[in-house]
Every structure is written in C-alpha cells, then in structure tokens.
Design a protein around this ligand. Structure first.
Ligand code: FAD
Length: 485
C-alpha cells in the first residue's frame, strides 16, 4: 500500500484528521481537488484585497486555559498553542425580531439575563432547558437522533422565544428546514451562547496556516488540484482512490488564478487500506466504485446561501454599526427553509468583522450579509448574464435590508463588493445543491457501507470551523488510532 490513510478534502476536518494521524506516524495523504486548502472556509483575493470565503465568527470561543472546552481540547489534541489562532473576542451580538431584541456576547450569564428580562414568563422554563442541554451528551458517536422542537416545547411555551433561539443556531449549523436534531441544537447552543464568537486576527488564513504548518511538521503530505474520481473497493473494503485526470490549465481573471479543468477520465491510482472522506455523505457514496455499496439513503441538503461582502471607506462604528453580528427576522414567524425566490431576505445574518477586539484595527470597514437562497434558481441562470445582473440586484436588496435593520445608511460608503451564490459554493466544494451544512442525515459513527471508508466533517454532524476540526480528530482517533488501523 502507498499510504496508511488517504483523506479526501483539505478543509478544516481533513486538515485536523491529517495532523492527528501524522502525529502517530501514519503515512497520510491529503487530497484536495481545489488549488487552495480550507474548503468552505478558505480565502481568496479580489479587487487587490484578501477576502475570507465564509468567516463570520469562529464559534466555541473560550479564553486561554479554559478546561474541558471543545476549543482547548482540539488545540491540545493537535498540539497547537492557543496563541497560534490569534483569537479576538466579539464585542457583542444581537438577535432582532419585530419589537424584541436579545443581546449576547461571550458571557452566558448576560444572555440568560437578556432572556429573563425580555421573556419574564419563560425564566424558569429557559433555565430548565439550559440544564437539559448541559446534561445531553451530544458528542457520543452512537447517539440516536431526535428532533429538537418537541424538546424545546416541553420547556418554553412562547413560540417567539423558540424562534429567537433557533435563528442563530439554524443559520450557523442546520441542514434541516425548520427543524434541528436535538444533539445538533445542543452543540450549536453551547458553541454560540455558552461559549462564544471570536475572529482570528488576519482572518481564516491564520487558522489554515497554523494547521498546514502542523501537518507538514508531522510529515503529512498534501496534494492540491487532486480531485478523487472514485473510491476503490475490493470485497466490500476500501483499498484506495483513483484521481481525476488533469487535462489542462485555464488561466482566469486578473489574478490569473489557475483552475484545473478536470476531465472525467481515470487518473492515477493510489492505494491505502483506510480512506477518510470530508466530501459529504451523499457525495462520498457517489464516489464509491462498487454500485451495490451505494444503496444507503443519504438525501442531499437543500439549505444554501447568498453571501455578500462589502468594503467600506469608514469604520463601521463611525457609521453607527456597533454590533459584531446581528441575526434578524422581520416576519411573524422565523421560517428557515429553502427560499422560493432566488433569495429570502425576511431573515438573515449581518456580520461586521471590524467589531472584534482586534489588537490592530482592520485596514478597511467590512460588512458581510448572509441570506437564505435557492440553488436550483441560481443554477438555472446563464453565465455571465443574467447571472451577474441577478447578483447585483440581490446585493442592492440586501443593502437596503441591512440599512433598514441597522438604521442609518452605510451605502454611500461602499467602495467594493463581492457576492457569492449557491452555485459558487457548489463549484468550489462539489457539495450537492451548494448545501453548506450538508445532508440532513448525519452519520455520527462515521461509518459507511464500505469497511475502511469513513466520513468526517460536516456530514458526521459537527459543523462550523471548530466542529469540523473536532470531527476530523474524533474520527481519526476512533476509527484509525484506537482501531489500530
Ligand atoms: C458562506 C459561509 C459562511 C460560513 N461561516 C462560518 C462561520 O462564520 N463560522 C464557522 O465556524 N463556520 C462557518 N461556515 C461553515 C464552515 O465553513 C464549515 O462548516 C466547515 O468549514 C466545514 O469543513 P469540512 O472540512 O467539513 O468541509 P469542507 O470545508 O467542505 O471541506 C471539504 C473539502 O473536500 C474537498 N473535496 C470535495 N470533493 C472532493 C474530491 N472528490 N476530491 C478531493 N477533494 C474533494 C472540497 O474541495 C473541500 O475543500 C461557513 C460556510 C459558508 C459557506
């Protein structure tokens, strides 16, 4: 065999799994079809500026030295010092619904107080719900999935409070429409409300560089522009992968970013007895060469988003924008489901990367807006037109919405922007429907119908940057290191 373990995908989960395995002297090969690592949370250059693809906030923030927290646990497992991620805590965030606002920062007692003051009749119920969440072992690899709505309704009788709790948790981690598996709810509740938000100084690149440096230091091997075409099996066991054949190189854009045109032709075969895939569960099943092994049902997710980034010629605080993140909803009920139109602006997320406690202020003002979108509608638009016009039209509507939610008008201060859609997400990660949070069916155990093939990352059920890293670590530990593979 050429390697002990092949990992498909150099996003957060793949990088973390790779470090863990290389630390224990496994010969690891990390294969990434894109020309840069980071996956859904990578970075790129446009208008001469670096942009993060997806970074609003790193969830799970805790101060240095906090015991038994996911962030400190993962740093210890990867032997990365706390300072390496250069985390700057948030200033303060809000959940804004018509006539009601809940505030939270990185101190759970402040949030509890905000809930108590805003919903006095729900005080006791909320506190009991928090106890229930604390008791739940959402990290168990064998946990049975249960829906969260009936559990929440046991404790909270005001649907407005349930909607307000769901809004940030669903936006930052639900592949399901208007529902959330309870274990997933607990993970997101703890990571957002009980722990908190931070931003790495220097953006997501700081985190990616720290992970890459550790991976290389431990002797791991990374191959970019190396898409896996098929996962090879023999008698129901994974035996390696076959790469896509690289046919040619197309130069694109002013920055001459190289995009490989991958032909659907067999390329190099690489052997390993264990394959970890971070490509998503349905996407992984589709790669298996043995058709009988693909029978497992894994519906692709439908939740995708349009994300707009605006560069401002002023500090957002000078324009009256004080919050780090605002999760808003302006209709009667919070309706988290695939949009009927290209986008649904009734709710959304507004993030201001400047509003973290940075050691040095960012060079320019930045605003990011996330709106629920519809992959099929965006995919049906021809490029460059009418796709480009649709992006511009929706950007203008998002700007109008942000101005009305935040009050005041920042629009005259926008000096550059970029918009990406569900088709962009699909293009750069191969996720079916550009589904950011993957399939609603999560595979907690990581197991697939093929022995030696495991999924980790998004479709194991641990979402976000920290969740994906934890998933990579836990599957590497449970399915390779502890299994003696
Ligand atoms: C717009 C947006 C905003 C976000 N904001 C935040 C945020 O603020 N905070 C946060 O914590 N999380 C955020 N996320 C979510 C977070 O980025 C993801 O949950 C996390 O990065 C997922 O990591 P992963 O490793 O599981 O998967 P991915 O990042 O999807 O990595 C999978 C990798 O596999 C590669 N791949 C797929 N198929 C193949 C193949 N056949 N061969 C080789 N390689 C392959 C892909 O190219 C990709 O690099 C955001 C995501 C988006 C899109």
């Amino acid at each position: 065999m050429d390697y002990d373990v092949i990992i498909i995908g150099a996003g957060m989960a793949g990088l973390a799994a790779g470090i863990r395995l290389a630390m224990y002297d496994r010969r690891v090969l990390l294969l990434e079809r894109h020309y840069a690592p980071g996956g859904l949370n990578s970075y790129y250059h446009r208008h001469g500026r670096p942009f993060d693809v997806g970074l609003h906030a790193m969830t799970n923030y805790v101060p240095r030295g906090t015991r038994r927290a996911p962030l400190t646990k993962l740093l210890r497992q990867l032997r990365i010092p706390y300072e390496a991620f250069r985390l700057c805590p948030q200033i303060g965030s809000e959940i804004r619904f018509p006539g009601v606002t809940l505030r939270f920062a990185n101190d759970f007692e402040d949030f509890r107080q905000s809930v108590h003051e805003t919903f006095p009749s729900q005080r006791e119920g909320f506190d009991r719900l928090v106890e229930r969440i604390e008791e739940h072992d959402e990290l168990s690899l064998d946990a049975r999935p249960i829906p969260s709505r009936p559990v929440l309704e046991e404790f909270i009788s005001d649907p407005l409070l349930i909607d307000m709790l769901y809004c940030p948790l669903m936006y930052y981690g639900s592949p399901e429409e208007n529902e959330m598996e309870f274990g997933q709810f607990c993970i997101m509740f703890k990571s957002i409300f009980k722990e908190g938000f931070a931003r790495p100084e220097g953006g997501v690149r700081t985190v990616i560089d720290a992970l890459l440096a550790r991976f290389r230091e431990e002797g791991g091997e990374l191959r970019l522009r190396s898409g896996v075409r098929r996962i090879l099996t023999r008698k129901g066991r994974a035996v390696g992968v076959e790469l896509q054949k690289a046919r040619g190189v197309t130069k694109l854009g002013r920055r001459r970013a190289e995009v490989l045109a991958m032909a659907d032709e067999p390329g190099e075969v690489i052997e390993a007895p264990v394959v970890l895939s971070t490509a998503g569960y349905p996407e992984t099943l589709a790669l298996i060469d043995d058709r009988t092994a693909r029978s497992e049902e894994a519906p692709p997710g439908r939740m995708s988003f349009v994300e707009s980034i605006m560069v401002l010629d002023a500090e957002p605080r000078q324009l009256g924008i004080e919050q780090t993140i605002v999760f808003y909803n302006d209709s009667d009920r919070f309706d988290y489901r695939r949009s009927d139109d290209d986008c649904d602006l009734r709710s959304g997320v507004i993030c201001c990367p400047n509003n973290y406690a940075h050691a040095k202020p960012l060079p320019e003002g930045l605003l990011r807006v996330t709106s629920i979108a519809n992959y099929d509608r965006w995919a049906a638009l021809e490029k460059p037109e009418p796709y480009a016009s649709a992006k511009r039209r929706w950007l203008e509507r998002q700007q109008e919405k942000v101005a009305s939610v935040l009050g005041g008008d920042f629009r005259a201060h926008v000096v550059a922007d970029d918009v990406f859609t569900p088709t962009t997400i699909h293009h750069f990660t191969d996720r079916i429907h550009g589904a950011v949070y993957g399939s609603p069916r999560k595979v907690r155990s990581g197991r697939t119908p093929v022995a030696g093939l495991y999924v980790c990352g998004t479709d194991q059920g641990f979402l976000g940057i920290v969740g994906a890293m934890l998933s990579g670590i836990s599957i590497a530990n449970a399915r390779v290191l502890m299994a003696g593979s």
